[in-house]
Design a protein around this ligand. Structure first.
Ligand SMILES: *Cc1c(COP(=O)(O)O)cnc(C)c1O
Length: 388
């Protein structure tokens, strides 16, 4: 319905809104109540009770989240990790097998490596850019193919349309973590994915002040996932849901500004003599640029780089920038800069990190919505300062 990137500004503001709102309110209020009077004949999972994700503020948020991804239905969770674990616990049984991208968010990766075996699941990691390797990974028990739109921290973009096709032909449910792209830059359900999820802690919330997750897809799948969520208990509190719906209203504006800042910073840094490499799918030098340009309507707010001066120079740069906070996480209005080897990927062995290109000197930037020239000037002065 709201298929293209152009209409996202309108969807973000108006999607899922109640018109007229309760008492004519333009902003949907917070229904903090945990329980409501029950219509006779209501089934357990539809009892209006807060952990069952069935109260007025939760219904409102679900409709808003569904509109963002052009989905039939959505459910909010208490975090991004609650989203991915609940999806997998809904779709996988003991004895089942999962194919996953070999470049996953650290928490998702650790959930699989630390808990899949106990749950009776097996899994195979594949390169999401090498479809010729996927058939060999598939078994009779393969139920799920899990990928991410833009990977952390090298910003690789897999052959996502081919992942969706492969899943459809093989009868495997395709699941995608769209956190890094946001629905402004990529709409996975239109590309043929079955389930999309977000850490709403990042771009959807957008202000680094809430923790939440979101799952979108066909009504029948979301119903199944919601029933699992109801029992595992990772439900979202209405206060956090209110902040999330409020953040979503400016999603398109924010992400467009973040796309523009990241591209300008990537171009500036790529041309700077102190910089050895820049990873940003919007640069023609990026290995995935050609197919990313066909898949995405914007290349996102995240980039990473390495300096000729190595690890010491990387640490010095983090200390020399004045606008960006030296902090992990991403997707907020303020710029952040971090070294993944000592933050998001610190739990990994040094050999694994090096194999994946997450070297000790790698610097990752989450672009905020500051003025583009101010960000460039800040990196320019920081690079000048650390030269000596
Ligand atoms: C942060 C993040 C998660 C986990 O989300 P939380 O809200 O921290 O639980 C999952 N996937 C990606 C890509 C993330 O960046």
């Amino acid at each position: 319905m709201h298929g293209n990137g152009e209409s996202m500004g309108t969807v973000a503001v108006h999607g899922g809104e109640r018109r007229p709102g309760p008492d004519g309110s333009v902003v949907f209020p917070i229904y903090q109540g945990t329980v409501y009077e029950v219509e006779p004949g209501t089934g357990y999972h539809d009892l209006p009770y807060i952990r069952l994700n069935s109260t007025p503020s939760q219904h409102y948020l679900h409709d808003k989240l569904a509109a963002l991804e052009g989905a039939e239905a959505a459910v909010a969770t208490s975090s991004g990790m609650a989203a991915v674990t609940t999806i997998l616990l809904s779709l996988m049984k003991a004895g089942d097998h999962l194919i996953a991208s070999d470049c996953l968010y650290g928490g998702t990766h650790d959930f699989l490596t630390e808990h899949a075996a106990d749950l009776g699941w097996s899994f195979t990691f594949v390169d999401a850019g090498r479809p010729e390797t996927w058939p060999a990974a598939r078994t009779e028990q393969t139920r799920v193919f899990l990928v991410e739109t833009i990977t952390n921290p090298l910003m690789r973009v897999g052959l996502l349309d081919q992942v969706a096709d492969f899943g459809r032909q093989a009868g495997i449910t395709t699941v995608i973590d769209n956190t890094f792209a946001s629905p402004v830059n990529f709409r996975p359900l239109q590309a043929g994915f079955d389930v999309v999820f977000h850490s709403a802690t990042k771009y959807l919330g957008g202000h680094s002040d809430l923790v939440a997750g979101a799952i979108m897809g066909r009504a029948e799948l979301i119903d199944r996932i919601r029933l699992t969520l109801n029992l595992f208990g990772g439900s979202l509190d209405p206060h956090a849901g209110f902040l999330l719906a409020r953040g979503i209203k400016t999603l398109a504006l924010r992400v467009q500004a973040q796309n523009a800042n990241a591209l300008a910073l990537a171009q500036f840094l790529a041309a700077h003599p102190a910089v050895a490499a820049v990873n940003y799918p919007g640069l023609t030098s990026h290995p995935d640029h050609a197919h990313a340009a066909g898949l995405l309507s914007g290349f996102g707010g995240m980039l990473s780089l390495r300096l000729h001066g190595g690890e010491a120079a990387a640490q010095a740069l983090l200390e020399a920038v004045t606008l960006a906070y030296a902090a992990p996480s991403l997707g907020g209005v303020e710029s952040l800069v971090t070294r993944p080897a000592i933050t998001s990927h610190a739990g990994m062995s040094a050999e694994d990190r090096d194999r994946l290109g997450i070297t000790a000197d790698l610097i990752r930037i989450s672009s905020g919505i500051e003025d583009t020239q101010d960000l460039i000037d800040d990196y320019a002065q920081a690079l000048e300062k650390i030269k000596g």
